[in-house]
Design a protein around this ligand. Structure first.
Ligand SMILES: *[C@@H]1O[C@H](CO)[C@@H](O)[C@H](O)[C@H]1NC(C)=O
Ligand SMILES: *[C@@H]1O[C@H](CO)[C@@H](O)[C@H](O)[C@H]1NC(C)=O
Ligand SMILES: *[C@@H]1O[C@H](CO)[C@@H](O)[C@H](O)[C@H]1NC(C)=O
Ligand SMILES: [Cu+2]
Length: 152
């Protein structure tokens, strides 16, 4: 009887430890990884604004993966820039934009961008003087939420 009781106590103690480990696990460990555009990847003419609406919300420390082939005779170049503000984003004005990934960096397993900051990220493709951004719809805004709010 005593043995059965201590056995039950051990099981209960193990359950408490397991719960504590779950509770104390860093929130970042549940971060997700997203291929931007999914099967379409990072390319001309795909509606990334729509993609963000369907995939969101995004949380702090989630990873965005930009996949695009390096340019050659048949493949057009793409890149990733971050705009400074909403006005530049709206008009696709690249003058003050920050280069995030060059034309060859989307190759292979792609370019990974971790959303470490809970700010608005204005991503665009910077090719053809902004035409990929204006005509090609290669632009989207992501504002990660606090990962404490993740409800899965
Ligand atoms: C995000 O990741 C960094 C680096 O791994 C970590 O220090 C930070 O606590 C994480 N933040 C959240 C909210 O998960
Ligand atoms: C892209 O998707 C957004 C959100 O669904 C929509 O508002 C917008 O009109 C779409 N753009 C085009 C060019 O279809
Ligand atoms: C250009 O790149 C694509 C994708 O990487 C590849 O499939 C294609 O064979 C390449 N074409 C030439 C002409 O090198
Ligand atoms: Cu492009």
């Amino acid at each position: 009887m005593a043995e059965a009781r201590s056995g039950a106590a051990l099981v209960a103690a193990a359950a408490v430890v397991a719960l504590l480990v779950l509770a104390l696990a860093p929130e970042g460990s549940r971060a997700e990884r997203f291929i931007v555009g999914d099967a379409a990847r990072w390319t001309w003419g795909y509606n990334y604004t729509d993609w963000v609406i369907k995939k969101g919300p995004f949380f702090q420390n989630d990873t965005l993966v930009f996949m695009y082939d390096p340019p050659n005779a048949t493949v057009h170049a793409h890149s990733v820039y971050m705009m400074r503000n909403a006005a530049d984003y709206q008009s696709c004005n690249l003058k003050a934009a920050k280069l995030v990934a060059g034309v060859t960096q989307g190759a292979g397993s792609g370019f990974e961008f971790v959303l470490t900051k809970r700010k608005k990220h204005y991503f665009v493709c910077g090719e053809r003087g902004g035409i990929h951004c204006t005509m090609g719809q290669m632009k989207f805004i992501v504002k990660p939420k606090s990962s404490a709010c993740r409800d899965d």
